[in-house]
Design a protein around this ligand. Sequence first.
Ligand SMILES: [Fe+2]
Length: 169
Amino acid sequence: MGALAGLCRTCGFIAEQLGLDEVEELSVSGLLHDLGKVVLFQGFAEEFHYVRALVETRDLLFYQAEEQVFGAHHGLAGGWLLEKWTLPGKLVAPVSDHHDFRPHRSHAECTAVVHLADVLCRAEALGRGGDRKIPQLQPAAVKLLDLGMEEIRKIMERLDAELDDIPRM
Ligand SMILES: [Fe+2]
């Protein structure tokens, strides 16, 4: 639970740093970003265990192992569910695309925030995500948000200072 809270709050920090209007929406997307893992585990528990085994034996990121087993990762599964619930695209897109950022897609700015928050939280050991690796930060996402190293450093300092109630893994 701490990992979800960490990502939710990190999305808010990034949105505030960038002066975005969607602080609340981004916090909700952050909270829901890995919902697809729950969906896949509940619907396909046996296959989900095989995903875990692949992560261990082939040293893959969790979503890469999911792609091998299911042909799609948890982001797409979660986005599909949120779409069925008719939630707004601004909430759905960051969940669907947080492991596959593309600047031309709709709501790309919101997706870039959730993608960045996911990578920073992993780098800060705020959650494991089911694997031991840190996902690669997509340069196109950083470019779209127009973030320099100094701004990213400030966000990470805020994570250190304000997320000290969340245990590191
Ligand atoms: Fe994810």
